[in-house]
Write a new protein. Structure first.
Lengths: 283, 458, 315
């Protein structure tokens, strides 16, 4: 420590170089997002102006109101749909995956390793492999056009989140569970009253991840939903953009406002994201 | 570090957790499909979904339902327009819960031949819209093996658009009758307009065609065809088609430095719309392109932003290729189908009859998709009258009506999308010189014919 | 198997009866808790997988009933140039994008690990592309990379460079797609950063004293300690890069313009299913993808024994 303090001018120079480098890299990563944001506050003509303008001048705040009042892009409704979709999936994932993760992480039973191995296989399987039959089955029972096909699978669990949660469940001390068992607590009670409250943070982490993934999920809702009023934002944005005469500023505003809630969420919870991903080293 | 919080048992508010789960559970118990079709009430699906388009169709359907004493009708828009729309429709049909009527922007033949749409022939007999009231070339876009699976109620009609003021500035006659009658004349005239500044194309005349969907029109203009429906044989690599692509390729080399990339970097010379990926304005409207082939839908959009830099433009018949003898037109129709499983097939068909004759007139007034049934009394679009005057608007309307009667069949294959993608691939290979004309076309021919035979087999 | 859970030593037959009873209860509970997931896996993964293998051997045009055709779909695949072209594109994409992504993410994580101030800011910036809606992301890139008029080319030309036509040029389009895939690497970076932060202080400080050379420390101390994270990122990266879809279809459409240079495996699969209504062929493609991914991941896991280092010394 004292050695470092002596070398202050050099350390300071190193620090400056470091931040200059990091800011330069940040600029590259920010560019697409920045371009989307400024385009959202320009008119169509200004987006494509020559020479390029790097700041919207004037800032077209009216783009916000014009987006929110359109008939052919029910933004508010689709926003609520996204909240419902992501929220439901996050809740279901926390519940269903913690059941399986408790079993894999805290309980010993024959066949456990086999079932967990299969879970990893399921995690590795490309969605498209299983997609066609599932899609046809939902069609046959007449539930396409609703959120059922999008949400029901999470009632049973999800390989990735089970995997993630299991890493945390494995950290619960065995002695704690054994003590509860000696007291005569049922396994269900141990799970619900002892383990779940202890794993509050991991559960929130998994819920956050589920929220972000679902918010940006595109393929499944595109295929299953059949009504503009029912689309989540990810799909609404796409069908709006694919119209013949493209209104760039409106769709950029749409994209900006779609991404904004997730960015705010990330800003405030990034430590939790970090912790969730720290647990994923494959063992 | 990941174990720090385990030491202090904290309680999640389990009651709150359960309560919110219950709330979501209730929300999930909502009726599965928001728009289940019901007897006595029509349900219509539309691809695309611009505000005006939706409004017109909602109005037409509501007006009809009220007049026919049906229950309140529902119009669904904004489901996307390409594959994603088809996909939703297939899903609804497989589920046995389709709309009563659907508009399509893709030929109904592929799915019709698979049994997804109701054959309309029986209902058409003795109705207001019997078979012989439709232009044959157009109706064939809905027919396969003599069965009609849909109706091309209105259509965008393809013709040549040209900038009269640019013609006159070079001392050329700008009336429709003087427009080039052959490809050779058009190519010769085109050179007069084409100006390069280094590798930048400043202004251009006409361009060799590269739109895969309309290649069938150019083939017919050269006396050929892409698909011989009667014999179920593709003719993509026929002599006429090889001649056509060779002509286009030589044209590209002679006038446009053999490179469409240079053209595309200089502006949007492809169609009359702003480019959807680069935002570049249409060269035609900017007064940098003498003419192009376009669908009649541009009539409705040409006065919008970016406003043309000139006032007078006109439409003319498509010119004829070296081996061709007559001018033909082509269309991109708005097809209407009644999906299998519709609960109100008769009411749905009555609506189609109404739309074909009365409804399409009002539709054409606001969005210039040309009504195709021969009994329709077309009235010039209001916007066109306002900008160009009654006389020009009537003249253009009459011209489009004539063109709609001489369309060549171009949407009549049960493997339409496959064919279109193969043509797109071949055209790209030819223009980028990745493959000689004959090889590229033969490859497309073999693949498309094989796919056709696969689909038709058993 | 590297993916199995550590198993506590068991000596069941020697334990007293009460304990054995408790064990049985625990086993029952284990199965009970896993049951919903076992059911879910059966309904949504196992059964559909079997059905996909069945559909792959039928002619099935989505409407109507499937008809058994044996191996015809696989034969058709082998003859289909689009299959080979898209497989080639996808393999190139994966082979270049995945390692590059890992290297860059590791570099960023090493840099982030040194941050004292502004860590939260940098972390957010690197994660940001991942939070952008995929469709919007592709559209913005197309705007930025417009030849001639796009801001990137204007900037590069101002610097006296001769930038490519990016997505317009058949020779450059696939590389542009690879370049674009390098943006959303926030997850990979955070995974690595997590690994770096978990390295015990005494280990890294000991290394500081022992060998002042940074590269030496990176290769011999740091890298081995985060190999589990490398394995995770590698496997997930391969699976996702084989499934690249949204970017490819927004940029190249269903024909992979220009000149099929952006034609990806999933695009060909998707268009077979929903544009050509050829479900049999689509299912055949899905099964091929499944087998390839399975073999690749098994190979990775197999070799992983020799290069993945686990704490506690066991390999």
């Amino acid at each position: 420590m004292s050695k470092q303090r002596k070398a202050t001018p050099r350390a300071r120079l190193a620090m400056l170089t470091y931040h200059a480098l990091m800011l330069a890299i940040s600029a590259i990563f920010l560019l697409p997002f920045y371009w989307m944001t400024i385009s959202a506050f320009k008119t169509n003509a200004e987006i494509f102006s020559d020479p390029v303008t790097w700041l919207p001048d004037p800032i077209r705040w009216e783009n916000v109101t014009s987006l929110l009042t359109r008939d052919d892009f029910p933004f508010v409704q689709q926003f609520l749909n996204s909240v419902f979709y992501a929220g439901t999936v996050a809740l279901l994932v926390c519940l269903s995956c913690s059941l399986a993760a408790y079993s894999f992480g805290c309980l010993r039973w024959r066949g456990r390793n086999l079932v967990f191995g299969l879970t990893i296989c399921a995690l590795l399987m490309p969605t498209i492999v299983t997609f066609l039959p599932v899609y046809l089955a939902w069609s046959k029972i007449g539930l396409t056009g609703s959120y059922w096909p999008l949400i029901t699978p999470f009632l049973f669990g999800d390989a990735f989140f089970i995997f993630m949660l299991r890493q945390f469940f494995m950290g619960v001390p065995r002695e704690l569970l054994d003590a509860a068992r000696l007291d005569g607590a049922s396994e269900f009670r141990i799970w619900w009253q002892i383990v779940m409250p202890q794993l509050r943070t991991p559960l929130i982490i998994v819920g956050l991840f589920a929220t972000v993934y679902t918010w940006n999920e595109f393929f499944m809702p595109l295929i299953y939903l059949q009504d503009r009023e029912a689309f989540p934002l990810s799909v609404g944005l796409f069908t709006f953009q694919s119209q013949r005469a493209v209104e760039w500023s409106v769709s950029m505003m749409g994209a900006f406002l779609t991404a904004l809630p997730m960015i705010v969420l990330f800003l405030f919870t990034q430590r939790l994201f970090q912790r969730g991903l720290s647990s994923t080293g494959l063992k | 570090m990941s174990n720090t919080s385990f030491a202090v048992p904290r309680h999640i508010s389990r009651r709150g957790f359960l309560a919110s789960s219950a709330a979501f559970g209730t929300a999930m118990a909502l009726p599965p499909a928001a728009f289940a079709q019901q007897e006595g009430q029509l349900l219509l699906w539309l691809p695309g979904g611009s505000e005006l388009f939706c409004k017109i169709h909602t109005g037409l359907l509501e007006g009809f339902s009220a007049g026919a004493s049906l229950g309140p009708a529902t119009t669904v828009c904004g489901l996307g327009q390409d594959t994603e729309f088809t996909q939703s429709l297939i899903g609804a049909i497989t589920a046995g819960n389709p709309p009563d009527i659907s508009m399509l922007w893709d030929s109904p033949v592929s799915l019709g031949a698979q049994g997804a749409f109701m054959p309309l022939d029986d209902m058409m007999k003795g109705s207001k819209i019997p078979l012989d009231t439709w232009p044959a070339g157009l109706l064939s876009s809905c027919q396969f093996k003599g069965v009609t699976y849909g109706l091309p109620i209105t259509a965008g009609v393809y013709s040549m658009w040209y900038n009269q003021e640019m013609f006159e500035a070079r001392g050329m006659a700008s009336d429709r009758a003087s427009f080039p009658k052959t490809w050779a004349e058009m190519r010769k005239m085109s050179k007069e307009f084409t100006v390069w500044e280094g590798d930048k194309l400043i202004s251009a005349g006409f361009m060799p065609n590269r739109v895969p969907e309309t290649m069938a029109i150019w083939s017919a203009l050269n006396g050929g065809m892409m698909f011989d429906e009667a014999n179920l044989k593709y003719q993509i690599d026929s002599e006429q088609n090889i001649e056509m692509m060779t002509f286009f390729l030589e044209w590209l080399d002679e006038e446009y430095k053999g490179d469409f990339n240079l053209v595309d970097r200089s502006g949007n010379f492809l169609d009359g719309y702003p480019n959807s990926t680069t935002g570049m304005g249409p060269a035609f409207r900017e007064g940098r392109q003498a003419g192009m082939q376009s669908g009649s839908w541009l009539l409705g959009d040409i006065f919008a932003d970016p406003v043309p830099s000139f006032e007078r433009w006109n439409l003319a018949a498509n010119p004829i290729g070296p081996s061709g003898s007559t001018s033909v037109s082509g269309t991109w129709p708005n097809w209407f189908v009644i999906p299998v499983g519709s609960k109100n097939p008769q009411a749905a068909f009555d609506y189609l009859s109404y739309l074909a004759i009365e409804g399409s007139v009002e539709w054409y007034q606001q969005i210039p998709d040309v009504p195709t049934n021969s009994q329709v009394q077309r009235k010039a679009p209001a916007g066109l009258v306002e900008k160009r005057g009654q006389e020009v608007a009537d003249d253009i309307t009459a011209f489009l009506g004539e063109q709609a009667a001489v369309v060549t069949p171009m949407w009549n294959s049960p493997v339409q999308s496959f064919y279109t993608d193969q043509i797109a691939r071949a055209v790209e290979k030819i223009y980028t010189k990745a493959s000689p004309v004959k090889d590229a076309l033969s490859e497309a021919q073999a693949a498309t014919q094989a796919e056709l035979e696969r689909v038709l087999a058993g | 198997m590297p993916i199995t859970a550590p198993i506590a030593p068991q000596a069941a037959p020697l334990l007293p009866r009460r304990n054995r009873k408790a064990q049985r209860a625990e086993a029952r509970a284990g199965l009970f808790f896993a049951l919903p997931w076992i059911i879910g896996m059966t309904i949504f993964v196992a059964l559909p997988l079997i059905v996909t293998f069945y559909i792959a051997q039928t002619k099935f045009q989505i409407v109507g009933a499937p008809k058994w055709v044996g191996l015809q779909n696989y034969e058709a695949l082998l003859r289909d140039p689009a299959f080979w072209k898209s497989a080639q594109n996808t393999l190139i994409f994966a082979a270049i994008s995945v390692p590059l992504k890992l290297i860059i993410a590791l570099g960023l994580a090493l840099l982030l690990n040194r941050a004292t101030a502004l860590l939260g800011f940098y972390r957010t910036v690197f994660y940001l592309p991942f939070l952008m809606p995929a469709v919007a992301g592709s559209v913005v890139f197309m705007l930025l990379l417009t030849p001639n008029a796009g801001p990137v080319n204007i900037a590069l030309e101002a610097m006296g460079l001769n930038p490519p036509d990016w997505l317009l040029d058949p020779k450059a389009a696939l590389w542009t797609l690879i370049l674009l895939s390098l943006w959303p690497l926030g997850v990979e970076t955070l995974v690595f950063l997590g690994g770096l932060q978990n390295i015990p202080k005494d280990v890294s400080e000991a290394a500081d004293l022992d060998s002042p050379k940074r590269w030496h420390k990176l290769v011999w101390i740091t890298l081995p300690l985060i190999t589990p994270m490398v394995l995770f990122n590698l496997v997930i990266g391969i699976i996702y890069s084989f499934q690249v879809f949204t970017q490819a279809i927004v940029i190249g459409g269903t024909t992979g313009t220009p000149a099929e240079s952006t034609l990806m495996y999933m695009v060909v699969l998707y268009r077979a299913a929903f544009r050509y209504f050829n479900m049999g062929l689509a299912a055949a493609m899905a099964t091929v993808l499944f087998v390839v991914v399975l073999i690749l991941t098994l190979l990775i896991f197999k070799t992983a024994r020799s290069w993945v280092h686990y704490e506690g010394g066991e390999t």
